[in-house]
Design a protein around this ligand. Structure first.
Ligand SMILES: [Zn+2]
Length: 169
């Protein structure tokens, strides 16, 4: 089932999400629904707070469904190491149509749990590293506009306000 993605302005997006403690069927269903929502958007990553659920998990697939190895759900993710840096355009399903350059580490390792609660570690680079950083930020209520200078951030916020007025947000 496709879920509704909440947009910037919703207070849920700036709250810290809670640890997942129950690895049950409803968690598996949520992950399924989040994948469906992400692919449908389309997007390469989606965090639970973006669908109104304040739990620490996100899904990502930087291969857009072409490589099953890249389809992964990370539950209670913790970034363990960060290395190098990269600059590139970034977007967010909670900021439709808004893209800008964000500097991120080039390589990260992240420890997380799977649907059974087992721990695993991912070592990823480039777009996947960017995605892990962006989605983990969501779980702490951090949004990618926080990486902009105050001036640029105000510009983006003003653009969004206009779109809200036009009913386009
Ligand atoms: Zn996002």
């Amino acid at each position: 089932m496709k879920l509704e993605v909440v947009k910037y302005g919703d207070p849920l997006l700036t709250k810290r999400a809670e640890e997942v403690t129950e690895f049950d069927k409803s968690l598996a269903r949520l992950v399924d629904d989040m994948f469906e929502t992400m692919y449908g958007a389309p997007g390469v990553g989606l965090a639970a707070p973006q669908v109104g659920i304040l739990k620490r998990l996100f899904v990502m697939d930087c291969g857009s469904g072409k490589n099953p190895k890249q389809k992964v759900a990370l539950i209670n993710p913790v970034i363990e190491t960060e290395e190098g840096d990269q600059s590139g355009d970034e977007g967010c399903l909670s900021f439709p149509g808004i893209y800008f350059q964000v500097k991120r580490p080039q390589r990260v390792t992240v420890k997380a749990q799977d649907l059974d609660g087992s721990y695993f570690t991912l070592d990823v680079m480039d777009l996947e590293a960017r995605c892990v950083e962006h989605e983990t930020d969501h779980l702490d209520g951090e949004l990618f506009i926080n990486y902009l200078s105050p001036l640029k951030r105000d510009l983006v916020k003003r653009k969004i306000k206009k779109r809200v007025k036009l009913g386009d947000w």
